[in-house]
Write a protein that binds this ligand. Structure first.
Ligand code: BEZ
Ligand code: FE
Length: 275
């Protein structure tokens, strides 16, 4: 088509999808084109503004490597990751709610029996315990909890050469009655990485980069859908303003003193596959 104008350009671009034989790719690309064009019509960027956007996306890609994923950070801080999660993980009542995986999960933490100490010699410690159950409350024997969190300096072991590999991480196997228990350190709130384009954007938007203190979990059991989630600390100052929008009320736990240490109890509930 010749004589493309502001009025007919979007339809002309959409028409080029006619020979795509992958229906999902066609639908997704069409939605992307429609929404991108609507964005441009709303914002009416100047060419300089459009090029600033291109430079931002270029810098976002250039800082990525096998340990740094700035696009995930961008998706997280714009609330897109939690929206994808909310749509994809609609949970039945009573099932443990999900939250973002985040960029610091490392597969391969050592598997340990219930009762593991993730921070030997460090303390005061926090004992985290509970039962993994199905939606009717029956315990799930042998459920697996993959756990990771930051050290008191606010860094995950993968971010910090001073920490041993898999520090404050483990896979804990629940016992025959679904019970799990491990000793860790009460997590701290920490900023997401701010030394890249996403950090610069947050700064210009007047947003802080902090996440409320949390422990990450992937909880699984045969025949049940694994849940990727986090348990947040009651009283944390960032619970209402998490930089990545990951907090849910049902995931907030309250550590209580127990002797010289802390303790908290939380039961996970998994939905069956096919529910
Ligand atoms: C995290 O909790 O590890 C995390 C999640 C999203 C962005 C950055 C960090
Ligand atoms: Fe985290």
């Amino acid at each position: 088509m010749r004589n493309l104008t502001e009025a007919n350009l979007t339809d002309a671009v959409l028409a080029r999808l006619q020979d795509c034989d992958d229906p999902r790719l066609k639908a997704v690309t069409a939605a992307l084109i429609r929404n991108l064009h609507a964005f441009i019509r709303e914002v009416e960027p100047t060419p300089e503004e459009w090029f600033a956007g291109i430079r931002f996306l270029t810098a976002t890609g250039q800082i990525c490597d096998d340990k740094r994923q700035e696009y995930i950070l961008l998706s997280d801080t714009l609330g897109v990751s939690m929206l994808v999660d909310a749509i994809h993980n609609r949970k039945p009542a009573g099932a443990t709610e999900s939250s973002v995986l985040g960029p610091f999960y490392v597969e391969g933490a050592p598997e340990q029996d219930s009762g593991a100490d993730l921070a030997p010699g460090e303390g005061p410690g926090a004992w985290v315990s509970g039962v993994v159950r199905d939606l009717d409350g029956h315990p799930l024997a042998g459920a697996l909890l993959d756990v990771w969190q930051t050290a008191p300096n606010g860094l995950y072991h993968v971010q910090d050469a001073e920490q041993p590999e898999h520090h404050l991480c483990c896979k804990v196997r629940a016992d025959g009655e679904g019970r799990y228990r491990f000793r860790t350190l009460k997590p701290v709130s920490y900023p997401i990485p701010t030394d890249g384009p996403v950090g610069a954007l947050l700064e210009r938007l007047g947003r802080h980069p902090y996440r409320p203190a949390h422990i990450h979990f992937i909880v699984s059991a045969p025949g049940f859908k694994p849940v990727i989630t986090q348990l947040f600390s009651e009283g944390d100052p960032y619970l209402e303003s998490d930089a990545v929008f990951g907090v849910k009320h049902s995931l907030v736990i309250d550590y209580q003193p127990e002797g010289d240490e802390l303790a908290v109890h939380y039961d996970f509930r998994l939905e069956p596959v096919g529910a």
